[in-house]
Design a protein around this ligand. Structure first.
Ligand code: ADP
Ligand code: MG
Ligand code: MG
Length: 239
C-alpha cells in the first residue's frame, strides 16, 4: 500500500496542498480528479519524490515504511513510476536503448516489439528511432507507456495520460491501465477529464489543494461535475 498522510506543500509561502491524505491499495485502479490548478501534478511529484517536492508537513509511506526522505531513484527501485504530462526527450538514445535501459535489462527483441505494438507503434518503424524532438509528444508518450508494459512498476502515476495523444487512443490508454492492474500493479490516473477517470474504481477529488471527496469513481465524478466550478481557487473560473 502507498499512503500519503496529511501532506501539506508550500512554495514561497503559498499553500499548494492542504492536509492531503490518500491511500492506494495494490491492484486497484485510482483516479485523482480536479480542475486545472487544483494541485494534481503536485501530488504526483510528491509521490515520486522529485527534487524540490518534499512535503512541508506530512509523510509518505510505502508498505508501512516511511519513504518521505527517499529520492526519486530509491522510489523507482521500489517500483514507483511517474509518467509525466510532458514526456521527456532523451537526445541520442534509441527507442530500443531507452526501453532496455541501455541494454541493462534482460528484455528480448520480441518483447519490445510486442510492447510497441500494444501502444500502437509499428516496431519496424520505431525501434531504431531516437527518443528526441524528431518524435511527437504523443509518440514519446506511447513509448513511455511501452516502458511501463516492459518494466511492470508497482505504482504508476499517469499525469494527464491523454494530453498530447489524440482522443482516439483513450481506449489504448485504458487498456494499459487495465494491464497494470492485471499484473497486480496500481495505476493512479491524474486527470481533469471525467472521460479519463471512468475506467478507474476509486477516485480522489482535489479542489484548491484539498481532498474534497474520496470514494467510488462514479460517485466522485458526479460530485466533480456538480460542484467543482464552485471551488475557491484562483485558477478556476467560476461559471
Ligand atoms: P494541476 O496539476 O491540478 O493543474 P498543479 O499541481 O500543477 O495543478 O499546481 C497547483 C497550483 O500550484 C497552481 O496554482 C500552480 O500555479 C501552483 N504551483 C505549482 N508549482 C508551483 C511553484 N513551483 N511555484 C508557485 N506556484 C506553483
Ligand atoms: Mg481510501
Ligand atoms: Mg497538472
Amino acid at each position: 500500500m502507498l499512503e500519503l498522510k496529511d501532506l501539506s506543500y508550500y512554495v514561497s509561502g503559498k499553500k499548494i496542498l492542504d492536509n492531503v491524505s490518500m491511500s492506494f491499495n495494490v491492484g486497484k485502479k485510482y483516479a485523482i480528479l480536479g480542475t486545472n490548478g487544483a494541485g494534481k501534478s503536485t501530488v504526483g511529484y510528491l509521490i515520486m519524490g522529485l527534487e524540490d517536492y518534499k512535503p512541508t508537513y506530512g509523510r509518505v509511506y510505502f508498505n508501512g515504511e516511511d519513504i518521505t526522505e527517499k529520492t526519486v531513484y530509491e522510489r523507482s527501485k521500489l517500483g514507483i513510476t511517474l509518467m509525466w504530462q510532458e514526456p521527456a526527450r532523451y537526445e541520442g538514445l534509441t527507442v530500443t536503448n531507452y526501453l532496455t535501459l541501455g541494454g541493462k535489462l534482460d528484455i528480448t527483441r520480441s518483447e519490445i516489439e510486442d510492447a510497441l505494438e500494444k501502444v500502437g507503434l509499428d516496431p519496424k518503424l520505431y525501434m531504431n528511432r531516437f527518443v528526441d524532438r524528431s518524435l511527437s509528444g504523443g509518440e514519446r508518450k506511447r513509448i513511455e507507456l511501452a516502458s511501463i508494459i516492459l518494466l511492470r512498476p508497482k505504482y504508476v502515476v499517469l499525469d494527464e495520460p491523454d494530453s498530447g495523444i489524440d482522443i482516439m487512443s483513450l481506449d489504448m490508454i485504458n487498456s494499459i491501465i487495465n494491464y497494470i492492474a492485471s499484473y497486480g500493479g496500481t495505476p493512479i490516473v491524474i486527470t481533469h477529464r471525467e472521460e479519463m477517470a471512468y475506467n478507474t474504481e476509486e477516485a480522489y477529488l482535489l479542489c484548491a489543494g484539498k481532498v474534497l471527496v474520496n470514494g467510488e469513481t462514479n460517485k466522485v465524478i458526479e460530485i466533480f461535475k456538480n460542484i467543482c466550478n464552485t471551488c475557491d481557487h484562483p485558477n478556476v473560473p467560476v461559471s
